[in-house]
Design a protein around this ligand. Sequence first.
Ligand code: GUN
Ligand code: FE
Length: 435
Amino acid sequence: TELLLRARILTFHDEPLNGETSAETFTYLEDGGLLIRDGKIIAMDEFAKLRAGDGRNVEVIDHHPHLIMPGFIDCHIHYPQMQVVGSYAGALMEWLDKYTFVEEQKFSNQGHPEKIGSAFFDELIRHGTTTAAAYCSVHKASVHSFFTEAHRRNMRMIAGKVMMDRNAPPGLLDTPQSGYDDSKALIADWHGKGRQLYAITPRFAPTSSPEQLEMSGTLVCEFPDMHVQTHLCENTAEIAFVAELFPWSRDYTNVYEHYGLLGPKTLLGHCIHLSDAEVSTIANSGSIAVFCPTSNLFIGSGLFDLARILASNIRNAIATDIGGGTSYSMLRTLDEGYKILNIQGQRYHPLRSFYQATLGNARALALEGIIGSFVTGAEADCIVLNARATPAMRVRMETVETLVEELMLMQTMGDDRTIAEVYIAGVAAKSTLPN
Ligand code: GUN
Ligand code: FE
């Protein structure tokens, strides 16, 4: 049996760099149909054309007047930080020491990862996020609980065990050898199982010894197609600490470069305070700079310079960075991103921001054609957006005339209430959540 979703439909084919004048970069259907079979997109067209098929067994669900889009993708989130969000702290290092490193130790406790796991994926679904690149804790159990839950829900997820062997509490440290062995065991258990993908995850240079970064590089050599995720140049004190720890390095980026950790599957969280030399190293490596707006504001890290990243041909992505970030919502994230760029005199057209949260992030993860758009054969992760989700949005919608204005409104005023329904591989997942 097939599922035919009927609604207004928006999907991107390319980055609308010039906003509304880039009409060929997206498809918008007023009365669209999305035909789904076995969890995949079979066709997208005018509803009337899809309907006129033969005597197939098709269930039609009409979501008008809402808007269907590919599910949101979050390119940087911390699974063990649900109970860190909103911690009162100063800058990054204090925030890590006082709250985050304390909280993550709980993931060695029996039952804790499982308890958080269920809540975590409920929250992603509630906010319309269907794929995420996630950091787990240093403990293998946290990765097992993450993937077990993602696999049970059939969600496409990327995650890895954080490797960290110094400058953190003893309860959070592995060793170069155990970090390597545990990562390999987790790869064997989870990478490619259903929709799950493993990411090699050295937390960041300050918490890894040279030996550990070396062994992370060995993992990258052994699994050249695997994602790598880490943090880079988020905070000035962090950068000074890296210079102290790696006195031979040209700069922070050079540390990752030296150990072979850069490349087209490498996600670099933050990338705020970069020198020109670092910008060209990152560009040449094909690595991805991940913009984490709510986190950068909350932890007070600085303003991501997207214009510079684009001008330097560095690939980019956008993400929540929960629990430094303050919302699971990619809508809230796009809104804060808009403000960070606006205050720097940079424009962020809503067509570009919604492109980024869907196809743009899929490209950053090298998953174009699999998620992030409604091309035939793609996995049917879709979200249904309601621009009239709150009384204030209803009033505002009275004066909204165009799709672009509606997107801007949902980005500015929207949150989990804006997400009317979520389909994971063609199965309704939000309306079936507990409470
Ligand atoms: N740098 C190293 N670890 C972290 C983390 O957990 N969150 C953020 N925002 N930055 C980091
Ligand atoms: Fe982070």
